[in-house]
Design a protein around this ligand. Structure first.
Ligand code: SF4
Length: 259
């Protein structure tokens, strides 16, 4: 069968609105407002085109599946003391299922580690209705749309930064941020600074296990990103990754953020 006849129904199907936006809790309207605005964002034409193109041209294993193909909002515990800042959703992970780090290999690593450290009720993240709950933890990203080659452009990062800034302001219990990879780490610092939550002007130096006190009671940790590029090559091992979440847990056990 000629390729266009095979692909065309999948194209149409993929872009139909199969998903409703995730159900929004009602006890924090401001954080919900940020989430709703993220889902509706079309500010970066290149990324809008890419997130929809991924839905039109899925790999064979996902062909025929509906795709979310929209920006991915932050999610988790609205009273979280821990905020994780990732890079961006994967084209066929979060961009497919509508939740960041869901349905991809990075998520396998992340949720296994979060579960071990007590920040998630289960070690896997496979679908919006998989029962996963974050505990004392909220997950956001530097860029909310899947970018080509996992590399958002500087302007796209700037377009997206206000969302993270606003989330920071709406997480009143926040004490620890963990930046995944250099981009997540730098984006976390930039957003903290833009939100007026630190007086520091220069970015702390990123590295695996990096730790920076941004203000009294607010600490930024860094870890290598749990991408396949890092985990397959052994640059990031499971004990290395676990150690970061253990450190976050230890800080939360002793840290007090002034009210
Ligand atoms: S990357 Fe951010 S600012 Fe750009 S379209 Fe997506 S949600 Fe909007």
């Amino acid at each position: 069968m000629p390729e266009p006849e095979v692909l065309e129904p999948a194209l149409e199907s993929a872009l139909e609105p199969h998903f409703e936006p995730p159900e929004l809790a009602v006890h924090n309207d401001s954080l919900n407002l940020v989430r709703a605005e993220i889902i509706s964002c079309f500010a970066c034409p290149r990324l809008v085109a890419w997130r929809e193109a991924a839905a039109r041209n899925p790999p064979a294993r996902f062909r025929g599946q509906p795709y979310w193909a929209r920006p991915i909002p932050g999610w988790g515990d609205f009273e979280a003391r821990l905020l994780i800042v990732g890079l961006a959703p994967a084209a066929h992970g979060g961009n497919r299922l509508g939740r960041v780090f869901t349905g991809d290999r990075s998520g396998d690593w992340l949720f296994r580690a979060l579960h071990k450290a007590g920040f998630a009720n289960q070690p896997t993240s496979t679908a919006l209705d998989d029962g996963l709950e974050l505990r004392d933890c909220y997950i956001a990203a530097a860029c909310r749309c899947a970018p080509p080659d996992n590399k958002p452009l500087p302007q796209e990062m700037r377009n997206c930064r206000p969302y993270l800034e606003r989330e920071l302001k709406q997480l009143p219990s926040l004490q620890v941020l963990v930046g995944l990879g250099r981009i997540g780490f730098d984006a976390a610092f930039d957003a903290v600074r833009a939100a007026g939550l630190t007086d520091q002007k220069t970015r702390p130096r990123f590295g695996h296990g990096a730790e920076a006190q941004l203000s009294e009671g607010l600490i930024l940790l860094g870890t290598f990103h749990p991408s396949q590029q890092n985990t397959f090559t052994g640059k990031l091992t499971e004990p290395m990754f676990d150690a970061v979440w253990s450190r976050a847990r230890a800080i939360l056990a002793t840290n007090e953020r002034p009210s």
